[in-house]
Design a protein around this ligand. Sequence first.
Ligand SMILES: [Zn+2]
Length: 336
Amino acid sequence: MRFKTSRISPTIDLETDGKQFGFLRIPHSVHRSAYGWLPMPIVSIRNGNGPSALVMAGNHGDEYEGQVTLSRLARSLEADDISGHLVLLPMSNYPAARAGRRTSPIDEGNLNRSFPGDPRGTITQMIAHMIEEELLPKVDLLVDLHSGGSSLMYLPSTQILLQDDGTISPVEKRLADAYGAPFNHLLHEEGDDHSAEAARRKGKFLLCSEFGGGGTVTPEILKICEGGLLRALHAFDLLIALPDGLSPPQVPRYLELKGDEPYVYASEDGLYEPLVEFGDEVKAGDAAGAIHFPETPQREPQVEYFHSEGVVVCKRIPGRSERGDCLFHLASEWPA
Ligand SMILES: [Zn+2]
């Protein structure tokens, strides 16, 4: 099978029923491999007519929860378990995911800042273009599983991008409620270089997530990520039945992310000490963190403050920080 607009080509036929494991062949001619290609894994599970979904993980290569979840789903689900078409990309920015890095070691590309991409561009731009122009048109729904990655940690949350008129799509609300993560964040906007806007441009339903992070996975967050995805695919009428013993969804607490005010950044290079915990409710003017200067121990720490009120949903993990690093961000109650 060949794509019409991309130089990337799948080794499997996405129109065929059944479960298929294959690769998206990304041409990559380099010193050690003149006619070589990069093997980006793809799984197609198809059974007749019905709803269709593309589920991505590893958009940022150091976000592991989704990559583990999709690997497990690829093994456990059979074509008979679904009605419709499910396409899984466990390592969406393949070179970045293979390296366990946010960005690609080949071109430094950040896939989620690369849409709509370029079919003749860098490897990352080619992947973005292929997802937007070849895969998204084949499906009804995009699920893009993110987490805090190496530098951040998130309270487990699904995310809905509000529609242009500021309302929540009822279908997307049904999916987020079925996912049943502890939090659901409502986003007012995403950059047009993000996968979320690519899905909007193609008129597709969308569900994103931020699950954990910190450069690792935890059993508790994996359980939310995996169980929730099954419940959401079931709510989308793609998965026919839920597995026995799957826990019911939590009722997510709806919070909103709006503007730049909820973000706290380091204003100096130094060693960062968090002064609040995950889930704390804070007000504008509350101390967020202290930056210490062990190289100049007589110097008083620089205290960073919150600029708005809200719930601490995301925090920086590494202690050493530089001016401009994000230390925290808040989300606020919805509806206000
Ligand atoms: Zn991410």
